[in-house]
Design a protein around this ligand. Structure first.
Ligand code: HEC
Length: 130
Protein backbone atom coordinates (compact mmCIF):
# COMPACT_ATOMS: atom_id res chain seq x y z
CA UNK A 1 0.00 0.00 0.00
CA UNK A 2 1.43 3.38 -0.94
CA UNK A 3 1.34 6.28 1.45
CA UNK A 4 -1.30 7.94 -0.72
CA UNK A 5 -3.65 4.98 -0.56
CA UNK A 6 -3.21 4.78 3.21
CA UNK A 7 -4.00 8.46 3.53
CA UNK A 8 -7.11 8.05 1.40
CA UNK A 9 -8.32 5.06 3.40
CA UNK A 10 -7.73 6.94 6.66
CA UNK A 11 -9.58 9.99 5.36
CA UNK A 12 -12.52 7.82 4.30
CA UNK A 13 -12.66 6.24 7.75
CA UNK A 14 -12.56 9.59 9.52
CA UNK A 15 -15.40 10.85 7.32
CA UNK A 16 -17.49 7.70 7.83
CA UNK A 17 -17.38 7.73 11.64
CA UNK A 18 -19.57 10.80 12.29
CA UNK A 19 -22.20 9.54 9.81
CA UNK A 20 -22.45 6.23 11.64
CA UNK A 21 -22.52 7.99 15.00
CA UNK A 22 -25.37 10.23 13.85
CA UNK A 23 -27.44 7.35 12.52
CA UNK A 24 -27.00 5.49 15.80
CA UNK A 25 -27.65 8.44 18.03
CA UNK A 26 -31.08 9.10 16.47
CA UNK A 27 -32.18 5.59 17.28
CA UNK A 28 -30.48 5.66 20.68
CA UNK A 29 -32.15 8.97 21.60
CA UNK A 30 -35.48 7.62 20.42
CA UNK A 31 -35.13 4.58 22.66
CA UNK A 32 -33.89 6.65 25.59
CA UNK A 33 -36.25 9.63 25.41
CA UNK A 34 -39.16 9.17 22.99
CA UNK A 35 -40.04 5.45 23.05
CA UNK A 36 -41.72 5.60 26.46
CA UNK A 37 -44.61 7.50 24.83
CA UNK A 38 -44.26 6.95 21.08
CA UNK A 39 -43.85 3.16 21.17
CA UNK A 40 -47.25 2.43 22.70
CA UNK A 41 -49.07 5.72 21.97
CA UNK A 42 -49.17 6.99 25.58
CA UNK A 43 -51.41 10.11 25.92
CA UNK A 44 -52.34 9.62 22.26
CA UNK A 45 -48.78 10.19 21.05
CA UNK A 46 -48.47 9.18 17.37
CA UNK A 47 -47.13 5.61 17.51
CA UNK A 48 -44.00 4.81 15.54
CA UNK A 49 -45.11 2.66 12.61
CA UNK A 50 -48.64 4.12 12.46
CA UNK A 51 -48.31 5.44 8.91
CA UNK A 52 -51.84 6.89 8.80
CA UNK A 53 -51.15 9.04 11.86
CA UNK A 54 -47.72 10.10 10.70
CA UNK A 55 -48.61 10.97 7.09
CA UNK A 56 -50.14 14.41 7.87
CA UNK A 57 -47.32 15.16 10.33
CA UNK A 58 -44.63 14.22 7.80
CA UNK A 59 -46.46 16.44 5.28
CA UNK A 60 -45.77 19.47 7.53
CA UNK A 61 -42.13 19.09 6.54
CA UNK A 62 -38.97 18.50 8.54
CA UNK A 63 -38.36 22.12 9.56
CA UNK A 64 -41.87 22.78 10.91
CA UNK A 65 -42.48 19.40 12.53
CA UNK A 66 -39.06 19.28 14.20
CA UNK A 67 -39.45 22.82 15.54
CA UNK A 68 -42.98 22.30 16.85
CA UNK A 69 -42.05 19.03 18.54
CA UNK A 70 -38.96 20.65 20.08
CA UNK A 71 -40.98 23.53 21.54
CA UNK A 72 -43.74 21.11 22.61
CA UNK A 73 -47.37 20.83 21.53
CA UNK A 74 -50.31 19.81 23.74
CA UNK A 75 -49.39 16.45 25.35
CA UNK A 76 -45.96 16.48 23.73
CA UNK A 77 -43.46 17.89 26.25
CA UNK A 78 -40.76 20.31 25.01
CA UNK A 79 -37.61 18.41 23.95
CA UNK A 80 -39.49 15.18 24.72
CA UNK A 81 -39.10 16.09 28.40
CA UNK A 82 -35.31 15.87 28.20
CA UNK A 83 -34.03 19.41 28.98
CA UNK A 84 -30.47 18.82 27.73
CA UNK A 85 -31.49 17.47 24.34
CA UNK A 86 -30.06 19.59 21.50
CA UNK A 87 -32.01 20.58 18.39
CA UNK A 88 -29.76 18.23 16.38
CA UNK A 89 -30.30 15.35 18.81
CA UNK A 90 -34.05 15.88 18.80
CA UNK A 91 -34.08 16.17 15.00
CA UNK A 92 -32.18 12.90 14.58
CA UNK A 93 -34.53 11.00 16.89
CA UNK A 94 -37.45 12.39 14.87
CA UNK A 95 -35.74 11.25 11.64
CA UNK A 96 -35.62 7.77 13.15
CA UNK A 97 -39.35 7.91 14.02
CA UNK A 98 -40.36 9.29 10.62
CA UNK A 99 -38.29 6.72 8.71
CA UNK A 100 -40.02 3.94 10.62
CA UNK A 101 -43.46 5.46 9.98
CA UNK A 102 -43.57 5.77 6.20
CA UNK A 103 -41.29 8.79 5.65
CA UNK A 104 -37.81 9.20 4.25
CA UNK A 105 -35.91 11.99 6.01
CA UNK A 106 -32.19 12.49 6.53
CA UNK A 107 -30.26 14.02 9.40
CA UNK A 108 -30.64 17.80 8.86
CA UNK A 109 -27.65 19.63 7.37
CA UNK A 110 -26.51 22.96 8.90
CA UNK A 111 -28.83 24.96 6.60
CA UNK A 112 -31.83 22.93 7.71
CA UNK A 113 -30.78 23.15 11.38
CA UNK A 114 -30.62 26.95 11.02
CA UNK A 115 -34.13 26.95 9.50
CA UNK A 116 -35.39 24.75 12.37
CA UNK A 117 -33.88 27.21 14.88
CA UNK A 118 -35.65 30.14 13.18
CA UNK A 119 -38.94 28.22 13.25
CA UNK A 120 -38.40 27.46 16.97
CA UNK A 121 -37.96 31.17 17.69
CA UNK A 122 -41.05 32.03 15.62
CA UNK A 123 -43.06 29.37 17.39
CA UNK A 124 -41.95 30.60 20.82
CA UNK A 125 -42.77 34.20 19.89
CA UNK A 126 -46.21 33.06 18.73
CA UNK A 127 -46.80 31.16 21.95
CA UNK A 128 -45.71 34.15 24.04
CA UNK A 129 -48.28 36.42 22.39
CA UNK A 130 -51.17 34.41 23.85
C1 HEC B 1 -44.29 12.10 27.83
C2 HEC B 1 -44.63 11.50 26.58
C3 HEC B 1 -43.83 11.88 25.32
C4 HEC B 1 -42.48 11.80 25.10
C5 HEC B 1 -41.40 11.33 26.07
C6 HEC B 1 -42.26 12.23 23.74
N1 HEC B 1 -43.45 12.57 23.16
FE1 HEC B 1 -43.73 13.28 21.25
N2 HEC B 1 -45.72 13.41 21.59
C7 HEC B 1 -46.38 13.04 22.76
C8 HEC B 1 -47.81 13.27 22.60
C9 HEC B 1 -48.86 12.98 23.65
C10 HEC B 1 -48.00 13.79 21.30
C11 HEC B 1 -49.32 14.20 20.64
C12 HEC B 1 -49.54 15.66 20.91
C13 HEC B 1 -50.90 16.07 20.44
O1 HEC B 1 -51.10 16.12 19.22
O2 HEC B 1 -51.74 16.30 21.29
C14 HEC B 1 -46.67 13.86 20.70
C15 HEC B 1 -46.43 14.37 19.42
C16 HEC B 1 -45.19 14.45 18.84
C17 HEC B 1 -44.94 15.01 17.54
C18 HEC B 1 -45.99 15.65 16.64
C19 HEC B 1 -46.11 17.11 17.00
C20 HEC B 1 -47.17 17.84 16.23
O3 HEC B 1 -46.84 18.91 15.65
O4 HEC B 1 -48.32 17.38 16.19
C21 HEC B 1 -43.60 14.90 17.32
C22 HEC B 1 -42.86 15.38 16.08
C23 HEC B 1 -43.01 14.26 18.47
N3 HEC B 1 -44.00 14.00 19.38
C24 HEC B 1 -41.67 13.97 18.60
C25 HEC B 1 -41.09 13.43 19.75
C26 HEC B 1 -39.69 13.15 19.86
C27 HEC B 1 -38.66 13.34 18.76
C28 HEC B 1 -39.50 12.68 21.13
C29 HEC B 1 -38.20 12.27 21.79
C30 HEC B 1 -37.08 13.16 21.67
C31 HEC B 1 -40.79 12.67 21.80
N4 HEC B 1 -41.73 13.12 20.92
C32 HEC B 1 -41.01 12.29 23.14
C33 HEC B 1 -45.79 12.55 23.90
C34 HEC B 1 -44.44 12.36 24.09
Amino acid sequence: MTLNTKTLVLAAMVMAVPMIANAQSGEATYKQVCASCHNAGVLNAPKVGDKAKWAPLIAEGQVVLTAHGYVGVRGMPAKGGSPNLSVEGFADSLVYMVNNSGGKWTSPNPTTVAAINREIEARKAGLNKK
